[in-house]
Write a protein that binds this ligand. Structure first.
Ligand SMILES: Nc1ncnc2c1ncn2[C@@H]1O[C@H](COP(=O)(O)OP(=O)(O)OP(=O)(O)O)[C@@H](O)[C@H]1O
Ligand SMILES: [Mg+2]
Length: 271
């Protein structure tokens, strides 16, 4: 074995061994009757890497996320998280393994306060399994962690307001707080900027930029300045299929991507 190979495969000085990619998707597919929502998609997300997923409506982006998070079982292929095959592992267990996510359709409890929303998320509550509990006072661990997380997205002073009182942009930031409070090892963000004003987009962009670089991020976005500006690599899909994966500059220059985003006058999401 030569020195370079030895170095690449040798345990690191802390003895924890080579770091597995956060996510490996291989040949993933999902059919709904005759519709091939996702068709033979493969991708690898390295430790700390940020990757954008773009493509027109119906390209299969959300279905891909749902298979990574465990909501939808693939028809073919496999999903590995942190070096482990999780294709048959249910959503709740993947969340406990460190999958944090925001949803294309909001997942907030509108009549509850921000703090209570984050506390529910900290306890593993989701829209599918609304978990309520008796608060143990203002200083229990979950509350302290929830307050810190609200602080990190700039919403600490709104903690006692109900979600219904928040602007759309603040709601998106709260959703990120709810994804972060579980101390995720990977973040899946599905169109976090959808429906936001340009000022709200700018704030959201800053919040995402400021997230710890140690957390790998997969970001679905129609807003090209975010999808290409916040990421190290970008994958474009169309009709369930892979079009191209590359650096933001490579993807921006790709002929099919240009056709998809510039060639259609009816599209809102311009490059
Ligand atoms: N539960 C379902 N049953 C049947 N068809 C579905 C289902 N979910 C998604 N599809 C179909 O799969 C395809 C991909 O949908 P998906 O929501 O993944 O696209 P998307 O890229 O997220 O689109 P958008 O940008 O509009 O959010 C679409 O044709 C959609 O109608
Ligand atoms: Mg979608």
């Amino acid at each position: 074995m030569n020195a370079a190979v030895r170095e690449a495969t040798a345990p690191d000085p802390q003895g924890s061994g080579p770091v597995a990619p956060a996510l490996v998707v291989s040949g993933l597919g999902k059919s709904y009757g005759g519709v091939r929502a996702v068709d033979d998609i493969s991708l690898t997300l390295g430790a700390g890497e940020r990757m954008g997923v773009i493509g027109p409506n119906g390209a299969g982006k959300t279905t891909l996320f749902k298979m990574i998070a465990g909501d939808v079982s693939p028809t073919d292929g496999r999903v590995e998280l942190f070096g482990r095959d999780v294709t048959a592992v249910p959503t709740a267990r993947r969340a406990r393994m460190g999958v944090g996510r925001t949803f294309q359709v909001s997942n907030l409890f509108r009549e509850m306060t921000l703090l209570d929303n984050v506390r529910v998320a900290a306890r593993g509550g989701t829209s599918g399994a609304r978990v309520f509990w008796r608060p143990q006072g203002r200083r229990d661990d979950v509350t302290m962690r929830s307050l810190e997380t609200l602080e990190s997205v700039g919403l600490a002073d709104r903690r006692d307001d109900t979600v219904a009182a928040l602007s759309h942009g603040e709601q998106r930031q709260l959703e990120i707080a709810m994804a972060l409070v579980g101390r995720p090892r990977i973040l899946l963000l599905d169109e976090p900027a959808a429906g936001l004003s340009s000022a709200e987009r700018a704030t959201l962009r800053q919040r995402i930029e400021q997230l710890p670089r140690t957390i790998p991020i997969l970001l679905i976005e129609h807003d090209m300045s975010l999808a290409l500006g916040l990421t190290d690599r970008v994958m474009c899909m169309e009709n369930g299929r892979h079009v191209v994966t590359g650096t933001p500059a490579e993807v921006r220059a790709h002929e099919t991507v240009r056709e998809i985003y510039l060639g259609r006058r009816d599209r809102k999401d311009r490059m």
